[in-house]
Write a protein of this length. Structure first.
Length: 292
């Protein structure tokens, strides 16, 4: 039986959108930024950009490979000049982290995504743990938290949730510096990026308090990417770590020595996911800490 013309049109449009997304996000980051800047100049260019952005953001795109293969991401929440847009839609963002999660998570596991950005690892984790598991994502940047919520909903992961908050040593409030590239936004206590566009007041939560209150189940795996606030996040989950011994996948930002010392104190062994160099002297890397 022939397929309706409307269905074929939607499929063709989807393929064109996917192709355009992969083509543009495959450009080097500086070229994409230059293109975006040129399009913003002049009235006609701005109108063209608005029409193109409206068309691009009208439907989600499937992830092309990796653990997220054929999961969907919202194009409305993923600007083409996002630093990781191309890697996200291709499914090639941080392969060592993906491989670590593949080995560590299984059906029924509990996964925390601390510093979720737009939710790429949130939805990967939700796929790995399955409906019998649980995923809790934390993200303080409002636009990014909305993106996580939308990507969770797109993939119908009812066992995943987003909490719009930073994770720290204790619950309260803090100042968040919102950077032009939202992926690099960070708490004011960790320093100041050169491209800060805004400062906002955000909620901060301590994992220990949430687990103790029964608001979230204790984790099996915690992924941390908090742009320099990783030690504060761990300080707020010391009791949870002592009691439940989760594996920790952490992106380090000049905190290598202190992180390794802390993990040693907690009875964990630390591995460099990005190479053979010892974590302590490796510079910015992804580290895997596992209980001895």
């Amino acid at each position: 039986m022939p397929r309706p013309v409307q269905d074929l049109r939607h499929e063709l449009t989807g393929r064109v959108r996917n192709g355009a997304t992969h083509l543009i996000t495959g450009m080097p980051e500086d070229r994409r930024a230059e293109l975006a800047e040129r399009l913003r100049r002049g009235r006609a260019s701005r109108a063209l950009l608005r029409r193109a952005s409206s068309w691009y953001g009208r439907a989600p795109v499937p992830i092309a490979g990796g653990l997220g293969h054929l999961l969907y991401v919202s194009t409305a929440d993923l600007p083409l000049d996002h630093a990781h847009a191309g890697l996200i839609v291709r499914g090639t963002l941080e392969p060592p982290v993906q491989e670590a999660l593949r080995r560590l998570l299984g059906p029924g596991s509990v996964f925390y995504d601390v510093g979720a950005n737009v939710g790429f690892f949130t939805i990967l984790g939700a796929r790995l743990v399955g409906p019998e598991g649980r995923v809790v994502a934390f993200e303080p940047v409002p636009a990014c938290a909305r993106a996580v919520a939308n990507n969770i909903a797109l993939n119908e992961f009812g066992h995943a949730e987003i909490r719009e908050a930073a994770v720290g040593a204790e619950s309260g409030r803090d100042r968040l510096l919102v950077v032009g590239e939202a992926s690099w936004s960070h708490l004011a206590s960790t320093g100041r990026h050169a491209d800060v566009r805004d400062e906002i007041d955000v909620a901060v939560v301590a994992i220990d308090e949430l687990v103790r209150a029964g608001e979230i189940p204790p984790p099996d795996v915690v992924k941390i990417d908090t742009e320099g606030a990783e030690l504060q996040a761990i300080a707020g989950m010391r009791a949870t770590i002592d009691a439940h011994r989760p594996a920790i996948v952490c992106e380090l930002h000049d905190t290598n020595d202190a992180f390794c010392a802390l993990m040693d104190e907690l009875g964990y062994t630390t591995t460099n996911l990005d190479g053979r160099a010892p974590v302590a002297g490796a510079g910015p890397v992804h580290a895997l800490a596992q209980p001895l």
